[in-house]
Design a protein around this ligand. Structure first.
Ligand code: FES
Ligand code: FES
Length: 153
């Protein structure tokens, strides 16, 4: 089938197998490998992207369901270098192996978009669907909190 969508504000029309996972289409057909595969079964959040502004696990989405949508991946989180949130992850050494980090950043961005000054509890709740095997979460929460403090100026 032919599928048309926009990814990070660029338009694509691709010939794809309808049930191919969006995760694989993004990585293999669009060439954006920032979106990672962890579990491949909707449990870890590593493959998170925005579809029409909603965070979804791209490993669970057949590409046939994405026709006409607007998709944002980790590569599209900032148009101009690293945004405040991404820089905070670096400043706080919040990434170790890095597999979970694109999904963490998508989840954190989704939170800050609707709640620019979250509490630590709200941050923990927002990333509850994103599993990290390496960091123990503390530095990730610290980084998101720092980015939120930056929002307050
Ligand atoms: S790879 Fe999609 S949720 Fe884990
Ligand atoms: S940094 Fe390795 S899984 Fe999170």
């Amino acid at each position: 089938m032919s599928v048309k969508f926009s990814v990070n504000n660029s338009d694509y029309e691709l010939q794809v197998t309808p049930m191919k996972r969006l995760l694989d289409v993004l990585r293999e057909d669009v060439g954006l490998t920032g979106t990672k595969e962890g579990c491949g079964e909707g449990e870890c959040g590593a493959c998170s992207v925005f579809i029409n502004g909603v965070v979804v696990n791209s490993c669970l989405v057949p590409v046939c369901q994405t026709n006409g949508t607007k998709i944002t991946t980790i590569e599209g989180l900032s148009n101009n270098g690293l945004n405040q949130l991404q820089q905070a992850f670096i400043n706080y050494n919040a990434a170790q192996c890095g597999i979970c980090i694109p999904g963490m950043l998508i989840a954190a961005q989704a939170l800050l978009d609707i709640n620019p000054s979250p509490s630590r509890g709200e941050i923990r709740e927002a990333i509850a669907g994103n599993l990290c095997r390496c960091t123990g979460y503390m530095k990730i929460v610290d980084a998101i909190e720092a980015a939120a403090l930056g929002n307050r100026g």
